[in-house]
Design a binder for this molecule. Structure first.
Ligand code: CIR
Length: 266
């Protein structure tokens, strides 16, 4: 067995992103608040990439893949642990093919590539990693068979897998949670109260600001979506260096900050 990474799980040298397709207007969404505007989405995405670079990541940007409207959400078809990419099986029918489409770029950019071996489903948005634990939320996109398939791979890389439940009505486990540092997560009060984060300290999003929970810690900074001032102030008060990014276009198709990059070290 390999050992888990010795550096904190929020320190990244690299990130892999995919440009939003103009077909993102056909992206999946739980409720319709209008289509994203491809031009505005591209600008929002460019600012996101700049922020990753500003935080110290080398960002490789893949071309848009028009065949897959949701392919800008590159976190869902793969998980990267210790520089090894695990090709996942996204649970939405229109997104399953994103995994095979991403595989060549993973082979090029990662140290190693491992595939799930059964026909279970796992979306990367349901996975929160700490230094030595992989927390996986079962959801409409991630099932028990996917979880068990992932378990053997994750354990072979020196991590433990904990299978939890994503609250009903919530797209992904990480829609409601994110890692802030080695022992702290940011989560909605509902997910915090579910007992998912044993052994970790939990900071809760402010009431009415639940959508702020999909943040990302990247090296020195915590990226937070714009529009959640109380949560931003709370994080600032707790000593985090908060960077605010606009995610209004991504939000129209249920996307947020974590989904738009695969962050890793090599
Ligand atoms: C979907 O429903 O799959 C996309 N429209 C949004 C995916 C967001 N990904 C994530 O939260 N990890």
């Amino acid at each position: 067995k390999r050992r888990p990474m010795t550096h904190p799980s929020f320190e990244f040298t690299h990130a892999l992103c995919r440009l939003p397709a103009t077909s993102v207007t056909d992206g999946l969404r739980a409720s319709d608040h209008g289509d994203p505007d491809p031009v505005a989405f591209a600008a929002e995405h460019a600012a996101y990439i700049s922020a990753l670079r500003g935080a110290g990541c080398v960002v490789n940007v893949l071309p848009a893949d028009e065949a897959f409207p949701d392919s800008v959400f590159i976190e869902d078809p793969a998980l990267v642990l210790t520089g090894t990419a695990i090709v996942l099986r996204p649970g939405a029918a229109s997104r399953l093919g994103e995994a095979a489409a991403l595989r060549p770029a993973l082979l090029e950019n990662m140290n190693d590539v491992i595939d799930l071996t059964t026909d279970g489903y796992v979306d990367g948005g349901d996975i929160l990693c700490t230094d030595d634990r992989v927390l996986l939320g079962l959801s409409a996109r991630t099932n028990g068979q996917g979880a068990e398939d992932l378990r053997s791979i994750v354990e072979s890389l020196g991590y433990t897998l904990e299978v939890l439940q994503t609250p009903p009505e919530i797209l992904h486990f990480k829609t409601e949670s994110s890692l802030l540092d080695r022992q702290t997560v940011l989560a909605t009060p509902a997910l915090a109260g579910s007992g998912a984060f044993k052994g970790l300290k939990v900071l809760e999003t402010a009431i009415g600001e639940e959508a702020a929970a999909n943040a990302i810690r990247v090296n020195a900074h915590v990226f937070l979506s714009a529009g959640y001032p109380k949560t931003a102030e709370m994080l600032d008060g707790a000593g985090y260096s908060v960077r605010i990014l606009n995610t209004s276009q991504a939000a129209l198709v249920d996307g947020g900050l974590s989904c738009m990059s695969l962050r890793y070290s090599r």
